[in-house]
Design a protein around this ligand. Sequence first.
Ligand code: NAP
Length: 261
Amino acid sequence: MNPNTNFKGKWALVTGASAGIGVALARELAKAGANLVLTARRTDRMETLAAELRASGTDVRIVAADLNDPAAPAAIHKTTADLAIEILINNAGLGQFSPFHECGLEQELSQVRVNCEAMVHLTRLYLPAMVERKRGWVMILSSLASYQPLPYLATYAATKAFDRFFSEALAAEVSQMGIHVTALCPGPTDSEFFIVSRAGAISGSKRQSAEQVAARGVRALARGKRTIIPYAVGRFIGFLSWLTPNRIVTFFVERGTRPQK
Ligand SMILES: NC(=O)c1ccc[n+]([C@@H]2O[C@H](COP(=O)([O-])OP(=O)(O)OC[C@H]3O[C@@H](n4cnc5c(N)ncnc54)[C@H](OP(=O)(O)O)[C@@H]3O)[C@@H](O)[C@H]2O)c1
């Protein structure tokens, strides 16, 4: 049986639902029969997606929010208080490729706030009702970048390591309560990430599609997998990174990705 059928008729909240992997995750969950709360800053994008999903029978609500604002998670939670959110998708995120001493400070701090703080806050707000229902699904977007420190993406890789460690620890805490927590760890994926982070030059041209990442992620979530790297080469890279001392990995990554002056 297709495990995604678990999601039929349930409400899912997707952060970062205006672009890239978030849009693909929303479509994939709608395909599985879930209703959706979409949240991000760009309302026009979410309106377009909502119209598409409603046309095929999905109930959709839009909540505009900037996750840089520490009050945003509570505001999102309040706006959805009348819904039983059974699936929480912590997808919103950003990076910045730069020598750290020259980086835009605001974009570095935003990574900590959006990739980590808002994710922890939203999870803390939505989890208790899942525990009470003895049923729920939480996805946290980590990355293949979580498997080793990355020079010139230092903050980004550190936030994604935080995301994966948090996710795997939480999965162990709540699995006996009927709740599945999945860390989705994509490698380079076609999205606006590389425009926002300016990391296009180091990613190479071979990227996975957001649709493929989302399909594999939602399937892993439905099956209760705790960690998923959604492609074979990525799993091999993750394994090699895990085996190799960080000092050696960072030596080669620093030389291989050093920005040209
Ligand atoms: N693309 C990759 O290669 C890749 C690889 C591994 C992991 N990931 C992870 O996948 C997730 C999605 O990234 P993506 O590749 O789909 O990137 P993307 O196309 O740039 O989408 C990022 C999403 O996050 C939202 N977001 C960013 N800052 C926000 C803020 N302050 N408040 C609310 N929402 C915010 C954006 O919405 P608004 O701008 O409308 O607010 C957008 O919907 C991220 O967590 C990223 O770290 C991506």
